[in-house]
Design a protein. Structure first.
Length: 163
């Protein structure tokens, strides 16, 4: 199964409070779905582009993400109040109910998992000047580079003797 979806589809996977802090440009998914008895196996590849502000310079950056994923789905079991604690085995598989399996939550989860914790517009992004806020990728500023924090000024005069 192959499909390609965009930003509107991705937004529908979340409530307004759950929306991630990035925008999805496009996601391409290629899945192989197989069945053995009641167990469903999903192997897939995700390729997507996300847009988010660079963590250093705050410019909008488009970042490619992607990777392979696998899921094992078994028929859902009725929960009782005693079965609220998950075992290690429960974390390795998902559950489905009925004859229909919605792949959207699985793919959306993979997009979230593939998103890097730190977004950079370029590996060598210089960021913003901490004094004046100038984007150092676009130009220089006249600020002193080594401004001493007034709270640490007393440590400047400490001399350590080497033995």
């Amino acid at each position: 199964m192959e499909f390609s979806e965009g930003a509107e589809w991705f937004r529908k996977c979340f409530t307004k409070e759950e929306l991630p802090d990035f925008l999805l440009d496009k996601a391409d998914v290629d899945c192989l779905i197989s069945r053995s008895g009641d167990t469903i196996y999903i192997r897939g590849t995700l390729s997507a582009n996300i847009m988010q502000e660079c963590d250093r310079c705050l410019e909008l950056a488009t970042i490619p993400i992607g990777g392979d994923f696998t899921y094992t789905l078994v028929p859902g079991k009725a929960e009782t109040s005693e079965e609220l604690e998950l075992s290690a085995e429960d974390l390795e598989k998902g559950y489905y109910q009925g004859d229909f399996i919605d792949l959207a939550p699985i793919v959306c989860e993979q997009i979230i998992l593939q998103t890097p914790m730190k977004i950079l517009c370029a590996e060598n992004c210089r960021g913003l000047c901490p004094c004046c806020g100038t984007n150092l990728n676009k130009g220089k500023c006249d600020c002193r580079l080594f401004v001493t924090d007034s709270r640490l000024a007393a440590l400047k005069d400490i001399k350590i003797k080497k033995t």
